[in-house]
Design a protein around this ligand. Sequence first.
Ligand code: FES
Ligand SMILES: [Fe+2]
Length: 329
Amino acid sequence: MTSSKDFWQAAALVKDLKRRPARVEFGGEPVVLFKSASGISALADRCPHRLMELSKGKVVRGEIECPYHGWRFDGGGRCTAIPGHMGDVPGYRIPGLKTFVKDGVVFLSKGDPAGEPYLHPMEGRKTVVRLVRSSTNSTLIDAAENILDATHTHFTHKGLLRGLSSKRHRVRVDITGGPGWVEAVYTGEDRQHGLISRLLEAGRVRTVGRYRFPGVAELEYWGENGLALATTFHLRQAADGLVEGIGCLIGPNEGLLDRVKSWMFQPMFRIALEQDRRVLKSSLENAARFPDARPLIGPLDYLRRDIEAIEKGELPGAAQSPRTAYIEL
Ligand code: FES
Ligand SMILES: [Fe+2]
């Protein structure tokens, strides 16, 4: 398992693909997404004629039309029209990617993925799901680690995810893993005092932070009655120094209150994302000023090495030797 080729990766939101095509960076190349007759289609974003960007064209009756000479292509990438040409259209084709739409999220794959894409941990239950798209100047590993890192919340998100007081509580952390994943389970955490926790939680029993190959970082907040709230981020290194992400904010949907809570949570979720974007961008830019400096892996950076191993296609250390640590959070 060294390549993400045979995995589904979240690339766009259906709601962003109305009438116009969209360009996304995927696997190091631009891809055009558009609503074709067969659903949402993904093709290499280059007209075979003069390599024009097809995403600058338009969608006509489920086909994409190049803005330069008007050649058209169907959802499978087959050339269907060459305006002005009399006779049969030669069998020109643009390579395409596999697509799968799940709950408003467009997943792509360059290979042959087995089964459906994974979206979030509450699939199959009655849930309220809010989707956000974000891009961050960072690396995949830094962005994933940031989402799963409990120790930045006191500072980066002071008042929002954590209280304003500096009182900390001793928490147990169990780190386990397997092929392609690692997780940290935090127990003994007293109820957190940030605004979000106040709004959403009754007693919290445990928090789980998990990373899954190739770019899923998720947090789960477990209460006495099971999984109370989760956030799942689907991350991709879209270009050098740029991470594209699709975040799902998921809660149970047992009534109006749940819907109201999720509606109230969304703007705060966006604020937290913005706070993270700022620190990630700043540290990436500053790192470029010190090209010889390497980031230090501190005693509380529980998942960093494991995430790096997973991204290299190796078994994370936590799979062979699960560990337990204590931290003041
Ligand atoms: S470049 Fe696309 S039709 Fe000519
Ligand atoms: Fe954060």
